[in-house]
Design a protein around this ligand. Structure first.
Ligand code: NAD
Ligand code: MG
Length: 289
């Protein structure tokens, strides 16, 4: 598989037609492995990571576990991928629970947070990373069902999870939300998706203002094109996949393990003087913001 300094393109050999895509069925496989030894930066912490079954979320779960955190893996329905992430976390010597369910439903969010607290006794870090995207050439092709689902999965879920987790968050806790380069650049075929990502960045800034006085930091990560199941499983038209990431200044897609360190930085004390900000692991695209 490609790595930062090796091959510069990723040609999908096996992909699926519909979200959610399974990492177990994706070829070539994304790189999720942490690239460095751990240094206990999250020792004793409990992290909830949504969409941790695959892609960016799996790499975040693996890296956080390497740094000593126990991980709650929240995901939609990809049980094989979630089981693999669980075994990766346990392989790092951390505890893991995998909780499936549609996070666009407030009751599922409430029940999921309760399960985490029942299992681990607390929550220190909330990574709101689950999301879906569906390309449409014409604004009139966006169905009402798709519009609602995309907003429910991508941004409503963040409100519901923060509402449920809020009583458990305290001084030193951190929230990290996944937004996207598409909100900064615009994306002509992802009108609904990029709009949710704009909302996520605004939510991040406002939630930071809301919580910073209680010592809770809120930041976001805006990835560029990253090789995960999302785009090869209906998130992008198949004919565009061969050029995925080529238009970035680095001329290639990123790998999940090139994105996860941004989440780690924002989750741990290294970023103790940062809140309301966005990091941009995006292959060198200048977005200013
Ligand atoms: P991915 O498909 O591997 O991960 C997304 C996960 O979200 C899925 O595994 C799925 O289980 C979960 N999910 C989706 N809808 C859900 C719902 N309603 N309830 C519960 N879980 C749900 O893809 P990824 O690329 O790792 O995506 C992670 C995040 O990164 C997303 O927010 C995505 O928008 C964002 N992002 C990805 C890219 C990229 O190029 N891959 C670029 C910018 C931002
Ligand atoms: Mg998945």
């Amino acid at each position: 598989m490609t790595q930062a300094d090796e091959a510069d393109t990723v040609e999908p050999m096996i992909h699926e037609d519909d979200l959610p895509g399974h990492e177990s069925r994706l070829e070539p496989k994304p790189d999720w492995e942490p690239r460095y030894k751990g240094s206990d930066r999250l020792k004793g912490k409990v992290a909830v990571v949504t969409g941790a079954d695959s892609g960016i979320g799996r790499a975040v779960a693996a890296l956080f576990a390497r740094e000593g955190a126990d991980i709650a893996i929240l995901y939609l329905c990809e049980h094989d991928d979630a089981a693999k992430t669980k075994s990766i976390v346990e392989g790092e010597g951390s505890r893991a629970i995998a909780i499936p369910g549609d996070l666009g439903d407030p009751q599922v969010c409430e029940q999921s947070i309760q399960k985490v607290v029942d299992e681990f006794g607390k929550i220190d870090i909330l990574v709101n990373n689950a999301g879906e995207q569906h390309p449409d050439k014409d604004v009139r092709d966006i169905t009402d069902d798709q519009l609602r689902r995309t907003f429910q999965s991508n941004i409503f879920s963040m409100f519901y999870l923060v509402q449920s987790a809020r009583p458990h968050l305290k001084k030193g806790s951190a929230i990290i939300n996944t937004t996207s380069v598409t909100m900064y650049q615009g994306s002509k075929a992802l009108l609904d998706y990029s709009s949710t990502k704009g909302a996520i960045t605004a939510f991040t800034r406002s939630l930071s203002e809301n919580l910073v006085g209680d010592g809770i930091r809120v930041n976001a990560v805006a990835p560029g094109p990253i090789w995960t199941p999302l785009n090869p499983s209906g998130g992008k038209p198949p004919e565009e996949l061969k050029d995925f990431g080529k238009s970035t200044p680095m001329g290639r897609p990123g790998q999940p393990n090139e994105v996860a360190p941004s989440f780690l930085f924002l989750a741990c004390e290294d970023s103790s003087y940062m809140s309301g900000q966005v990091l941009h692991p995006n292959g060198g695209i200048i977005v200013n913001g």
